[in-house]
Design a protein around this ligand. Structure first.
Ligand code: FAD
Length: 291
């Protein structure tokens, strides 16, 4: 099923994100964890595109397994930066063969060793190049990434939203956000992008922080603002793993309830291959989700 059709449903829902193993040796563990999450019947599951496998084979294998054996629609991530046209064509062909209908078209982070390289000759410099290629290939529901707190490489939000509008106009059917810990940042972002003429559905991404070590990593990766309310919670419970997990899940649940109350119908949860976290959030919202 295409995500854009699924989003037409007014019913409140959650989707979950998982990541593929880096090597074959981790495959079975990841497969089992993703299957446990699929058994919770989320609206869809996204599978990130990591370092493992020449053509993102583990992303495809995990996505195909969930789709074919658990009847959960999947969204396969794909990055393109510095790839050749031939490599990307191969990856798209592999996705079609696996029956993947939904793709999150991403640029990917520029590898450290390429930071200073002349990018003018690259076939794919930005995600928009991949969106155009996927559109030409036809048959895909295409998603793009967006950043309520601005992409770290953008000079300012006006510039970032201008680039986002170009990407959407090139063929994005929907957008998924970077994680954020203060919903007001999302509401203000939505207001600005709607004003800029971006009218595709935006799926907010929520990351439950369940251990203190995750926090620094999350901030480094996303540059997200940590509200005082969240910092206090980490100060109090960060050294007690069980308490931190419970508090982090409660905080994420609160964010999701507020999003639903403010008109969002599907929230994407960065569940990080953790069925227990996914299950607890579902349980917390069971009446709200009608499950
Ligand atoms: P783009 O949309 O290309 O934007 C990147 C930057 O370039 C922005 O600052 C933008 O404003 C600017 N820009 C865009 N077009 C132009 C232009 N024409 N001229 C000048 N500037 C321009 N990474 C992975 O490796 N694997 C994953 O699975 C993955 N999943 C993700 C899922 C989500 C929901 C999000 C938010 C991010 C994910 N990432 C993933 C990280 C992502 O690859 C990085 O954030 C990357 O740095 C940017 O990717 P993008 O697709 O947003 O790029």
């Amino acid at each position: 099923m295409k995500i854009i059709d699924l989003l037409k449903n007014e019913k409140l829902s959650l989707s979950f994100e998982v990541f593929p193993p880096k090597t074959q040796s981790g495959f079975e563990t990841v497969k089992t964890a993703t299957e446990e999450i699929a058994k919770l019947h989320p609206s869809y599951m996204s599978v990130t595109y990591g370092a493992g496998g020449g053509i993102g084979q583990y992303t495809l294998q995990i996505a195909k397994n969930i789709k074919d054996n658990y009847n959960v629609p999947t969204l396969a991530h794909l990055t393109c930066v510095s790839s050749s046209k031939e490599t990307v064509a191969q990856k798209i062909a592999a996705m079609k063969e696996a029956g993947i209908q939904n793709v999150l078209a991403l640029r990917g982070d520029i590898p450290q060793e390429m930071q200073g390289a002349d990018r003018s000759g690259w076939d794919f410099r930005y995600a928009i190049d991949l969106v155009r290629t996927l559109k030409e290939a036809g048959g895909f529901c295409i998603g793009g990434a967006c950043y309520p707190e601005i992409h770290p490489e953008s000079a300012n939000q006006k510039e970032d939203i201008l680039r986002l509008k170009e990407k959407v106009d090139a063929g994005c059917d929907f957008l998924t956000t970077q994680m954020f810990f203060d919903n007001n940042l999302l509401y203000s972002f939505l207001y600005k992008i709607r004003e800029a003429g971006i009218d595709v559905p935006v799926i907010p991404g929520i990351m439950p922080i369940t251990n203190a070590n995750q926090i620094q990593r999350a901030i480094t990766l996303s540059g997200s603002f940590m509200p005082q309310r969240f910092k206090i919670l980490v100060d109090k419970f960060g050294s007690d793993p069980a308490a931190m997990k419970q508090a982090g899940i409660a905080y994420a649940t609160d964010q999701i309830i507020d999003l639903f109350a403010n008109g969002i119908t599907n929230v994407h949860v960065y569940s990080m291959n953790n069925p227990d976290v996914a299950q607890k959030i579902m349980q917390n919202l069971s009446d709200i989700l009608g499950k």
